[in-house]
Design a protein around this ligand. Structure first.
Ligand SMILES: *Cc1c(COP(=O)(O)O)cnc(C)c1O
Length: 492
């Protein structure tokens, strides 16, 4: 029975492919024009209006894709944060490399799935090659391996999950994969600094250990975990008959950019019979820098490392990896499914070491980046950015309206408005002024800066990621901030 249908124009076709070619070109033209004509970090459209306009889209009647692309450009693209704008400087939210953006076109169109070789033949070997490159770059040794993840959150969860299962096996040959949490699970503890990322707590909760299983160690003035306190904390836990099993070291805290003494943390963890995990979501990129690589010394000894490519590696979202020192530990994730990764398969199936099943071919972005940009150039970006960050901090401390909160360690600048601006505002009013300032800059589209808390005090934050910026961009940014501050004070 032969059937004819008229649905071909909804899908890219092999052979004649007019609809696909037209749609991809139209979309690319729209983006090119948007970038060419953009002058603000954000359109400045009121949040309430934006919400209303998006909610007004009615799905009950379909329109031709051509029109949908035009409308998407007008309503969605033009009201997006432009990560390339010099004054989009809030978060670890990167302007992606051209190599990464074009890799996405391959990734989306080919739509390979990384779970099994028969869904991703070339892609599987690309991901493995990138993992090998990473293990080599971080010098994790001959038994190391890794897997691409959706980012730091998934990498941290996986690292701690493997730590939990490894520990239960060491402790009592208990098999968490088969038998669930051991009867001493309530005594198990994860140790990290009070500046570590909230995903440590989130992981503990997801792993069935609860957020209370995370024990925080205080940090020194540089925001690094206090090494003596770390040892004392482990000793104290053991004295209470508790079971510390994992120590998380930070290679770049999100606000301060502090890098722990990784070698010391890993050594203490190992001596205590704990797994050592390095959260390098922000700072692990420094491994490619000639000037700053030393600061990661000890990372090569860790049991697991989280690396985030959609931050300092300038990849499109999402893209991350978890690396582990001993690949045998991936076994606790292994589950043989008859349809997917049969026992004894000759070809590799990456699902064997992933918590995801269907998975994006993100490794291609790093693959194309390494070939087109190269590790040396990436390293130069970091050296430039870290130097620029110091210059920006100097500018802030020289300006009478601002006060620098601490010397930058990586590429963030934490600052407040100065006592001169505070005048006789109460502490609460002064905090509100900071909040209003950030919101005014955002909703006017002038600048996207961040707000966070340091030692209980509200502060403003720049996160520098874009190596195309120069000091001039910060002159104009600081002028804008100064101008907006004065306008807000005059309104009071
Ligand atoms: C961003 C970040 C994370 C979370 O990573 P995602 O990629 O956002 O999931 C974890 N740790 C640190 C230090 C981070 O900066």
């Amino acid at each position: 029975m032969s059937q004819i249908n008229h649905w071909q124009h909804y899908f890219p076709q092999l052979g004649e492919n007019q609809a696909f070619e037209q749609a991809t070109q139209q979309t690319q033209n729209a983006i090119n024009n948007l970038f060419k004509n953009a002058d603000k970090a954000y359109s400045g459209l009121e949040p309430a209006l934006l919400k209303e306009q998006i909610n007004a889209i009615d799905f009950s009647q379909s329109t031709p894709l051509q029109e949908v692309i035009d409308n998407t450009n007008e309503l969605i693209a033009k009201n997006s944060i432009l990560v390339q704008h010099p004054h989009t400087i809030a978060h670890l939210h990167t302007p992606p490399l051209i190599a990464s953006v074009v890799a996405e076109q391959f990734i989306a169109s080919l739509n390979q799935s990384m779970d099994s070789w028969d869904q991703a033949p070339a892609a599987t070997f690309v991901e493995q090659k990138m993992v090998d490159w990473l293990c080599e770059t971080y010098q994790l040794g001959e038994h190391s391996d890794g897997v691409f993840t959706s980012g730091g959150t998934q990498s941290n969860l996986m690292g701690l999950l493997l730590a939990r299962d490894w520990f239960a096996y060491q402790q009592s040959q208990h098999d968490v994969q088969q038998d669930g949490l051991p009867d001493y699970a309530q005594k198990m503890r994860i140790i990290c600094s009070d500046k570590s990322h909230f995903t440590v707590q989130k992981s503990a909760s997801l792993m069935g250990l609860g957020e209370r299983s995370v024990v925080l160690v205080k940090t020194n003035v540089q925001g690094q975990i206090d090494i003596n306190e770390l040892q004392l904390t482990i000793d104290a836990l053991k004295a209470q008959d508790l079971l510390p099993f994992a120590v998380v070291a930070m290679a770049g805290t999100t606000d301060h950019g502090a890098i722990d003494d990784l070698q010391a943390v890993v050594d203490i963890a190992r001596n205590a019979g704990c797994w050592s995990h390095v959260d390098g979501a922000y700072g692990a990129a420094l491994q490619l820098s000639t000037q700053h690589k030393d600061r990661l010394k000890g990372i090569e000894s860790a049991d697991s490392v989280s690396v985030d490519f959609h931050k300092l590696f300038y990849q499109t979202i999402s893209c991350g990896a978890l690396l582990i020192k001993n690949k045998a530990n991936f076994n606790t994730l292994l589950h043989h499914a008859d349809y997917l990764n049969r026992e004894g398969d000759e070809l590799p199936n990456l699902v064997d070491k992933s918590i995801a099943t269907t998975k994006r071919f993100d490794a291609l972005k790093m693959f194309m980046t390494l070939k087109a940009v190269g590790e040396e150039k990436l390293g130069e970006f970091y050296d430039y950015l870290l130097a620029l960050t110091q210059q920006v901090a100097n500018k802030i401390s020289e300006n009478q309206y601002f006060e620098l909160c601490c010397t930058p360690l990586l590429s963030t600048v934490l600052f407040r408005l100065s006592p001169l601006v505070k005048g006789d505002l109460s502490e609460i009013e002064f905090n509100q002024l900071h909040q209003q300032l950030r919101l005014t800059l955002l909703t006017s589209g002038e600048a996207v800066i961040a707000e966070t808390k340091v030692d209980g005090k509200l502060v403003l934050k720049f996160t520098l990621l874009n190596p195309c910026l120069t000091l001039n961009d910060f002159d104009t940014l600081l002028d804008k901030i100064e101008h907006s501050t004065k306008a807000l004070i005059n309104k009071k």
